[in-house]
Every structure is written in C-alpha cells, then in structure tokens.
Design a protein around this ligand. Sequence first.
Ligand SMILES: C[S@@+](CC[C@H](N)C(=O)[O-])C[C@H]1O[C@@H](n2cnc3c(N)ncnc32)[C@H](O)[C@@H]1O
Length: 267
Amino acid sequence: MVNSEKNFIITTSLGARADQYELAARISNETGIPYVARGKKTISELKDSWKPDGMVVVEPLRIICIVGESEFFFHPSMAVIRIKEIKSGKNDQMINAMGLCDGQRLLDCTLGLATDAIVASYILGPKGFVLGIESSPLVASIVQIGLQKSYKKTSHDVLNAMSRIKVFKGDHRITLEELPDNSFDVVYFDPMFRIPMSKSSGINALRPLADHRPITNRVLDSALRVASKRVVVKENRWGNELEKLGFKYIEGGKNSSVRYGIMFKDG
Ligand SMILES: C[S@@+](CC[C@H](N)C(=O)[O-])C[C@H]1O[C@@H](n2cnc3c(N)ncnc32)[C@H](O)[C@@H]1O
C-alpha cells in the first residue's frame, strides 16, 4: 500500500451533520488518518495548528482532500460524458481495446477516480462484474463512498453501474498473485503516466496521493494468468512503457492522446 497520507488530518465542514461525523470516523478508521474536531476553526487555523501535508474535509455533499493548491474529490462527470457518447453511438477506445461485452468480469487494477471502471460497469450491465483495486487507502475510501452516492443530472443506469463496482483496497502486485487462474475475462491497468498529461484536472489532483510505481513484467505475467481473454494497459502517446513491456499489439495513439497495449490470452 502507498503511504502518501502520512501527515494528513481529517475533519468536517463547519456545523457538520451527524452523517458527516460518521463518514469522517469511517475514513479515519480505514486509512489511519487522525480525526481532528473542526470546532469553530477555519481551514487556515487548522492548517496553522497542525501543519499537515494534506487535509481531508467531509463536506455535506462531497469529501475533498486538499494538498497544497490541489483539491481531490470524487465525481462521476467524466464517465457520464463518455457514457452519453456511447449511447449516441460513438465508439469508446477503451471499451474497444478491452473487447468488453454484456455480462463479463473486469478486474481494474488501477481504480483511481473510477472513471474507466464506471464506463466498463455500464457496458457489462447487471450480470457483469467490476472489481477495482486501489493501493492508496485514502483514494480507495473517497472513491468507494462516492460510488454509492446519488448525483444530480446523473441517470439511473449510470448510478446503478457505479453502485455495482466493488472496491478493494490493496496492491495489485499482491492481489494478482492470490487470484485464481482465469477468474476475470479482462484485466486492465491505467498506471500513472511516466510523462504526465497536464490537461487532466482530476488526475492532477490525484497525483500527490497516487501510487506511481510502473507496471512490471512480473505483474503482467500474473495478469495474463488471471485473465481468461485479455490484458490491457493504457499509456499516453508519448510514452514507451508498452514497448518496454513487450506489447506487440497497440491500439490508438495516432489520432488520440492515449493508446492501449493488448495481450491476448491465447497468443
Ligand atoms: C491513472 S490512475 C487510474 C485512473 C482510472 N483509470 C480512472 O479512470 O479514474 C492510477 C491509479 O492506480 C493506482 N495504483 C498504482 N499502482 C497500483 C498498485 N500497485 N495497486 C493498486 N493501485 C495502484 C494509483 O494510486 C492511482 O490511483
């Protein structure tokens, strides 16, 4: 597990409701981040007294993690846009690369903000299954809670797709070794890019909390054992990790900023 939240504190907004205190206690338990009563203090006053590297604030409608200038929080908006496009008949590059269809099982080894997992869960439908592994305990907690909430302007089919995703807090390097052969149709990785794409504000806010270790060939071997159909790794068009990992089949990159390395189970 990554331990980027070593000197963090967790608190609530001013005048919090009972459910906010419960969530703050839950996140504190799950992550080991100490809970600090907000009292009547401003955020700046809390920062002055505790000098934390980061602060988690449980607000009435969302949980934010403030690190320096960046604010990390969960919202399904990017997935909502992609699902709208799929509904209007557009192709989704990731879904094509995964070759996903109704009822399949996906192991998302790098859950992050769960945008990819939500889109996949929507395609897999109620008979399908998405398990998302996330090694940052704080990111996993915030996203797990966020996936079970309701959001204005988000349709029921998207909310249902979100609620079906199971979150597992852990390191995929370990979890993959423990999973049975062929237990998922597709195993997917979207690691933090070696060369960051600064445009993505969600990923930029995730950056200080995230696990930045690269995918290794040992991890890929485990993933190929666990997948019954294919293993897919995402990378931006400027990287060369896919080539280094031995991917021969790569989709995208010419007209898009991302590309997907695909290894098929049988060949
Ligand atoms: C680029 S983000 C994934 C974004 C995600 N695909 C989405 O759509 O929001 C990569 C995430 O993988 C997590 N991660 C990296 N290495 C991991 C590992 N070994 N086990 C579990 N999670 C890992 C990082 O902490 C980070 O949250």
